[in-house]
Design a protein. Structure first.
Ligand SMILES: Cc1cc2nc3c(=O)[nH]c(=O)nc-3n(C[C@H](O)[C@H](O)[C@H](O)COP(=O)(O)OP(=O)(O)OC[C@H]3O[C@@H](n4cnc5c(N)ncnc54)[C@H](O)[C@@H]3O)c2cc1C
Ligand code: SF4
Length: 397
């Protein structure tokens, strides 16, 4: 399997997308050639996510950015709810070219449906996103409703992949009718906690790792400064799964999109979800019970005792960060994550950057500390002299 790294040359376009914008760049070309693109968008009130279709570039805007919540497989057409799979099949039957973007389960469902209906799939192209699982709709609904109460206004823009300082760390962004903005580190938020620990049950034993998409697109977490492929605003990792995937790759306009072959084994090493499902959180049932009875905030509070915003020695803190991804981290992470809502883990060893540690946590470079204020850094390093070195570095910052 060939692997490629890529991103839009135009900074604004990379920033609007989750990784490097490969899914959008290909979709734009499909539209230019008269095709229809199916993708995931938030509903108008931002309380849920659903499939929609796009036939012009403006309509593609709503698909940009990963939706980490379950996406309804129904779209509204002429005022009526229609299965997205049925709609795509009907358009194929009318001779239209279709690009269907989705997770492994979505692509498999569409292909099984097409086989059952005996449809000619020559004009069907698919982009599959590498998938770590989605959280339940209740998490998304509650999060949006909670921030609407705090800001006393309706949400009019929302993203879980806002690139405040670049590709990583991930931030949540919400814009409100009253002009206010809410920006929060994703993994330090109730939403991020739930995305890591409270996925849909079926995602812990995902049956869709055969990857039937023509192209697979992912975040190239293994790509780091110094590599030719690196872009600080995000890099897409693209796996070509079959001949149609090669065709889709040719759709990328090289004047607008940087594309370079990358080492497949290396890329796969940093993409563990290609083969395996996310490990189930031991307190899943506790979280499930509390969220249903008392809501998201209470469920997170119960499962991560110290959450944000909280106070340490009377001072308000915005984030709790771990420094050290070695033995000590692995030994104590199960306990630590039940005590603190950890927003990220950093390490001095650059070989660890981009690597998925336990529970889906991705290790980052200490550079993420730049410009951060009111943070608590817990040093998870066993060797005392190394821990002191880190403490001194922190004092110098
Ligand atoms: C739930 C989820 C889990 C993921 N887990 C991983 C992971 O573990 N490792 C990894 O490397 N990458 C993962 N990804 C993929 C990654 O986040 C990016 O979506 C991918 O790199 C595409 O980025 P892009 O810049 O090309 O897409 P963009 O240009 O931002 O376009 C986003 C595309 O994704 C589609 N989309 C977004 N959310 C959904 C959804 N929930 N269901 C169906 N289609 C959707 C949109 O329709 C659009 O086509 C995950 C994505 C999702 C949605
Ligand atoms: S983990 Fe598997 S079942 Fe869950 S959303 Fe992703 S592809 Fe679908």
């Amino acid at each position: 399997m060939d692997a490629y790294a890529g991103y839009y040359f135009e900074g604004k376009k990379v920033k609007e997308s989750s990784s490097g914008g490969a899914a959008t760049a290909i979709a734009e070309e499909v539209i230019k050639r008269g095709g229809i693109v199916y993708g995931a968008a938030y509903s108008k009130d931002f309380y849920s996510a659903t499939y929609e279709r796009a036939e012009n570039e403006d309509e593609l805007q709503k698909f940009k950015g990963s939706k980490y919540v379950y996406v309804n497989k129904v779209l509204i057409k002429d005022g009526e709810a229609v299965s997205v799979y049925k709609d795509a099949i009907s358009e194929l039957n009318h001779g239209r070219t279709i690009l269907f973007t989705g997770l492994g389960c979505d692509i498999t469902a569409l292909k099984i449906f097409a086989e059952k209906e005996g449809v000619d799939t020559d004009k069907l192209f698919t982009i599959e996103l590498l998938c770590d699982g989605v959280t339940n709709e209740i998490v998304h609904q509650e999060y949006v409703s909670n921030i609407e109460k705090i800001y006393d206004s309706k949400v009019i823009a929302f993203s879980v992949r806002y690139k405040k300082e670049g590709w990583i760390p991930l931030y949540i962004y919400a814009g409100f009718e009253n002009g206010k903005e809410h920006i929060q580190p994703f993994y330090g938020s109730d939403y991020g906690f739930a995305f890591l620990n409270y996925k849909r049950k079926c995602c812990y034993d995902c049956k869709f790792k055969e990857h039937r998409g023509d192209l697979m697109v992912a975040d190239y977490w293994g790509c780091r400064p110094g590599m030719d492929e690196y872009n600080q605003n995000g890099v897409s990792l693209i796996f070509v799964q079959n001949e149609k995937g090669n065709k889709l790759l040719d759709y990328l306009n090289r004047k607008q999109f940087f594309l370079k072959r990358t080492n497949t084994d290396y890329a796969l090493y940093y993409s563990p979800r290609y083969y395996t499902s996310h490990e189930r959180y031991p307190q899943w049932y506790t979280f499930d019970k509390i969220i249903r009875e008392k809501g998201l905030r209470e469920a997170v509070k119960k499962c991560a005792a110290i959450t944000m915003p909280e106070r340490f020695n009377g001072k308000k803190i915005n984030e709790i960060i771990l420094w050290g991804a070695g033995k000590c981290f692995h030994q104590y992470i199960s306990v630590l994550r039940e005590m603190f809502l950890i927003s990220c883990v950093i390490d001095s060893n650059e070989n660890n950057w981009g690597k998925e540690l336990e529970f889906g946590i991705i290790c980052q470079s200490p550079d993420v500390l730049k410009d951060k204020k009111n943070i608590v850094v817990l040093i998870t390093i066993q060797n005392i002299s190394s821990a002191f070195q880190v403490a001194n570095k922190l004092l110098d910052m």
